[in-house]
Design a protein around this ligand. Structure first.
Ligand code: NAP
Ligand code: ZN
Length: 354
């Protein structure tokens, strides 16, 4: 495969784990036969972007361009592309490549393929360079990994569905959350608020577990039936042993055993949060009641499309705060204070005009 030509676009990058993100210029490949070139209009700010920019997962290569909640407009397509044409709306989430022939890809689990390439932090096989994310003017992606966007939704509020949406939709579907189930959502941030919306839409009894007393009213407005302030021991004790399923969306170190204690016999707690440090598990918290602890990573491409279509049919979007590109460092500071309502989304027109 010969190397395609590259062209320059503006972006925001981190140059090391400590410095603030700043404007730069990056290279994108000219679209190859299977590629879709997208002018990025909005990009959500996932807490994973912050973990990655600051090398909290210990695999960041610098300069690093975060951003994997991308929506925009198609500007060019390769000769073999059939799903998209210039002018279409399009979305890109956390995945941009995989072999598509291994057992995981064949099952629709591209996220578990050994050849999976992340939107950032992977290697672009065409350019042989690190993949760079959506804090940029444009991106070029194989059409298999490009999603169709429902026409009836606010585009900026759709962007976070590409990660926060699918990351909560997928485990809630896998664990068959629905009528008659009591479901806990831990951490009312970007992921958590979408977990609440989906669990409610699937017909479950939804309980938010938050450390922020100030988010109580919002939790109810977003669809929760009940709210527990997790720092209040008495409130936690009232619910001991009663949950069928708990989705842990916490971005920082926390005591997961306290939440395991809320599960009923045979209940499951699924982790989607990816804090920097390992969690300590008390075996007694699991064996008493045959409880299980599992994890989940985003979702495959077909399920991401299913989630977007579901959102289109049910009018579901994210609650967002629109920011300019040059407000990204301030947004990261606020994420660390749990001060997010409930997803920052970057308006990329602010980068074009900078
Ligand atoms: P976020 O918007 O910053 O929300 C995180 C929430 O966690 C906070 O708003 C806060 O909610 C709660 N929290 C923070 N510190 C806490 C603490 N010490 N103890 C208890 N709760 C605490 O983050 P996000 O974008 O939703 O991402 C959440 C996590 O999921 C991150 O680690 C991210 O990397 C990970 N993630 C994983 C996947 C996957 O595929 N598995 C995909 C995307 C993101 P309250 O104020 O309600 O307590
Ligand atoms: Zn994410």
């Amino acid at each position: 495969m010969s190397k395609p030509r590259a062209y320059s676009v503006k972006a925001y990058s981190a140059t090391d784990a400590k410095s603030p993100l700043a404007q730069t210029t990056i290279q994108r490949r000219e679209p190859t036969d299977r590629d879709v070139q997208i002018e990025i209009l909005f990009c959500g700010v996932c807490h994973s972007d912050l973990h990655f920019a600051r090398n909290e997962w210990h695999f960041t290569q610098y300069p690093a361009v975060p951003g994997h909640e991308i929506v925009g407009r198609v500007t060019k397509v390769g000769a073999a592309v059939t799903k998209f044409k210039p002018g279409d709306l399009a979305g890109v989430g956390c995945l941009v490549d995989a072999d598509l022939s291994c057992p995981q890809c064949k099952k629709g689990f591209e996220q578990f393929s050994p050849t999976m390439v992340g939107t950032y932090g992977g290697t672009d096989k065409h350019l042989g360079a690190p993949t760079l994310g959506g804090y940029s003017e444009a991106i070029v992606v194989d059409e298999h990994f490009v999603l169709r966007i429902p026409q009836n939704l606010n585009l900026a509020a759709v962007a976070p569905l590409l990660c926060a949406g699918i990351t909560t939709y997928s485990p809630l579907r896998h664990w068959k959350v629905g009528p008659g189930k009591k479901v806990g959502i831990v951490g009312l941030g970007g992921l958590g608020h979408m977990g609440v919306k989906f669990a409610r839409a699937f017909g479950a009894h939804v309980v938010v577990l938050t450390t922020s007393e100030s988010k109580k009213a919002d939790a109810l407005r977003l669809g929760a039936h009940e709210v527990i302030v997790s720092t209040h021991a008495a409130e936690m004790a009232k619910h001991a042993g009663t949950f069928d399923f708990i989705l842990d969306c916490v971005s920082a170190e926390h005591d997961v055993n306290a939440y395991l204690g809320l599960l009923a016999v045979d209940g499951n707690l699924t982790l989607v949060g990816l804090p920097e440090k390992p969690l300590l598990i008390a075996p007694f918290a699991l064996v008493m009641g045959r409880k299980s602890l599992s994890g989940s990573l985003i979702g495959g491409i077909a399920e991401t499309q299913e989630m977007l279509d579901f959102c289109g049919q049910h009018g579901i979007t994210c609650d967002i705060e629109l920011i300019r590109m040059d407000q990204i460092n301030e947004a990261y500071d606020r994420l660390l204070k749990s001060d997010v309502k409930y997803r920052f989304v970057i308006d990329l027109s602010s980068l074009k005009s900078s």
